[in-house]
Design a binder for this molecule. Sequence first.
Ligand SMILES: CCCCCCCC(=O)CC(=O)SCCNC(=O)CCNC(=O)[C@H](O)C(C)(C)COP(=O)(O)OP(=O)(O)OC[C@H]1O[C@@H](n2cnc3c(N)ncnc32)[C@H](O)[C@@H]1OP(=O)(O)O
Ligand SMILES: NC(=O)C1=CN([C@@H]2O[C@H](COP(=O)(O)OP(=O)(O)OC[C@H]3O[C@@H](n4cnc5c(N)ncnc54)[C@H](O)[C@@H]3O)[C@@H](O)[C@H]2O)C=CC1
Length: 725
Amino acid sequence: MAQYARGSTVAVIRLCNPPVNALSRAVLQALEDGLKKADADPSVKAVMICGENGKFSAGADIRGFSSPERSGGALGPIVSLIESSEKPVVAAIEGVALGGGLEVALGCHYRIAHMKARMGLPEVTIGLLPGAEGTQRLPRLIGVPAALEMITTGKHIPATEALKLGLVDEIVEENTIEAAIRLANKVIGQPLGPRRLSLKPVPKLPNMEAFLDKALVKVKKQAWGCLAPELCFQAVRAATERPFAEGVRRERELFQVLLSSGQAQALQYAFFAERAVRRWATPSGASWSSAAPQPVRKAAVIGLGTMGRGIVTCLVKANIPLVALEQDLENLNKGRKAVMVLLEREAMKMEGGAQTLDFHNPARLQFTVDFDQLRDVDLVIEAVFENMALKKEIFHKLSKICKPGALLCTNTSALNIDEIASATNHPQQVIGTHFFSPAHVMRLLEIIYGRHTSPTAIATAMQLAKALKKVGVVVGNCFGFVGNRMMFPYIQQAVFLLEEGSRPEAVDQVLEDFGFKIGPFRMSDLAGLDVGWRSRKDQGLTGPSLPAGTPARQRHGQRYSPLPDLLCEQGRFGQKTGRGWYQYEKAGGRTATPDPWLLNFLSQYRDTHGIKTRFIDQEEILERCLFSLINEGFAILAEGIASGPEHLDVIYINGYGWPKHRGGPMFYASTVGLPRVLAKLQKYSEAHPDVPGLRPSAFLKKLVAVGNPPLKEWMSYLSQQSSKL
Ligand SMILES: CCCCCCCC(=O)CC(=O)SCCNC(=O)CCNC(=O)[C@H](O)C(C)(C)COP(=O)(O)OP(=O)(O)OC[C@H]1O[C@@H](n2cnc3c(N)ncnc32)[C@H](O)[C@@H]1OP(=O)(O)O
Ligand SMILES: NC(=O)C1=CN([C@@H]2O[C@H](COP(=O)(O)OP(=O)(O)OC[C@H]3O[C@@H](n4cnc5c(N)ncnc54)[C@H](O)[C@@H]3O)[C@@H](O)[C@H]2O)C=CC1
């Protein structure tokens, strides 16, 4: 809705649709009515448009895009209506003006913004383009390079930058509404022609063609299979080549292509999924609505290796005073140096921004080898080696030293949270906080509750995720939790495909073409093959504890591939040793090239084990890797380890490089169609009966049997009894 109020000369139209004044059909109708009323009233000399509750508008109602009665189409004509008004219209921008919200402001003759306001055209991030003439007006106002950057990346810009670009006429520190009314009064009677963006030419560049060609290459490179950035580009290019009305027609055509592309639905699903997972719940009835977090005034990180360094960096960036602890002085100094390098780099990135990093102050970041320094911390994150005995020893110590209310978090990637908690006197305070590498970059924080973890502990970990600007996803306790557990069958299939005849680069290519930033073998080389090797040795799957006489390619009656173990035995740990599934220019090198040694090795391996090499096509590679991962996802849902498919999807998008425009693995399964996923799994399972990962999960079968319901209904088909928790 929008409220209309008339002052002595200026009519005020206030957009009201909490929480973000999204432009629903009703809001647009009220905006149109308000404009017409102001136009018809001779005592009104100017109009001011603002938003309720200190927010202009976050744009079209995204939920409305999937409904047949879309609000989007109505917006363009309203923006034109604003612009063609014979009375000056001023936009008073507070909070956010995003998407359609900014397009409304672009229709206004003047824009005034609060210092703290943010503006942007983020449609590209939800698979669309600014379809209410924004791709045509913005380049006319701020020029092609700046407009292209905003439209193809969707980034939000602060008011100060908007002023520099000429996107707003003025910024104010105090009352934006009053300032806008003052401005409206001041411009009454001034000619409006020069203020109508549709009448302005697009500012020329001396080398427009060359600039656009170069920009297109960059856009395509960054798009990574996502359609929207390139179509955004084409719409802006149309603005440079055609008159306004024709450009608008082109914009509409391109908008329709995106709207029906499937990617837009996936990206909008991902947008809401990320928000849905904030409302966490556990099978025992604890939930976000009743649990309150406890404050974290001081924290500690134990272990300053690969993960600990990144975690320290996140906490410092979030302004949380911190103690960083190592096992001895040598490791402490090594860790401290590495942390300082990361923090210096972060500080450089933030230079000129409002925030500064205070990490040279020992009261805010203290390095120590003394556990006694942890007495007064509210939260500890343990990131020592992945070894149960060591973790238990540390938690036992923490339980004695830390104050009773302190939250004790472990960054384990797969170990049992309950077993770790059993070493403490306060198991209700123990929780998994699984960061992803590099911890200061990756957005995901998998939060794992154990049998005794209290709702307050979960709420505190979620609050921590928010403070660290991460996406927290609450999941139950099982080996590998959600992310790694789904990853195991995926990696396993990738390796089996090599045994049967494929090559690392062929498998990687298929998955990278699908949209993963990095295929499984390149990923494994980057993370280090030794990590998994150590874990398999601990599990007794390889190494000295393997009972004599165990068949080389079988464990516990199931198919097993010793290929990764054999590579490790050769010292091929991946990038760090310069050799792994690929070869690199040197140890620590980054450029992977296929290694003839590996091809030869694979061929000998097949001969040794009597495996007949066969050609494996792209479809089989994709299906075996992805469907086995998805199949594990259904098992996880059935066990109550995650409370919905959105959780799995948010984890995969933010922690594992799953292409967001495919909406996450479970959403992808719903678009492929569950009957097809099931049929394919059945086919592959029949061909490989000794691979449990390919055996269709009972939950998947049930969903197919009940008629392939939409994803949002899946969980309603899960009977209470099937939850293990
Ligand atoms: C044929 C021609 C057709 C022409 C069609 C042209 C139309 C267009 O040009 C297309 C558009 O406008 S598309 C919309 C573009 N706007 C966006 O993408 C902004 C999305 N929102 C944000 O970034 C943050 O929510 C924001 C920064 C605003 C706030 O962040 P916070 O972290 O403070 O809060 P959130 O938790 O994210 O949001 C609060 C609640 O609001 C919901 N919401 C946000 N934006 C929405 C939107 N645009 N539509 C509907 N609901 C929206 C959000 O889901 C959340 O709700 P709950 O989850 O229920 O709490
Ligand atoms: N490396 C990765 O990509 C990821 C690792 N993880 C998990 O994070 C944890 C740490 O892994 P990384 O950082 O890779 O290991 P790392 O080997 O790089 O670092 C471990 C650090 O812990 C220190 N340490 C060992 N015993 C200690 C003690 N008693 N007191 C204080 N410090 C001690 C070591 O000196 C070393 O600096 C593991 O549980 C791992 O499974 C989780 C996600 C990703």
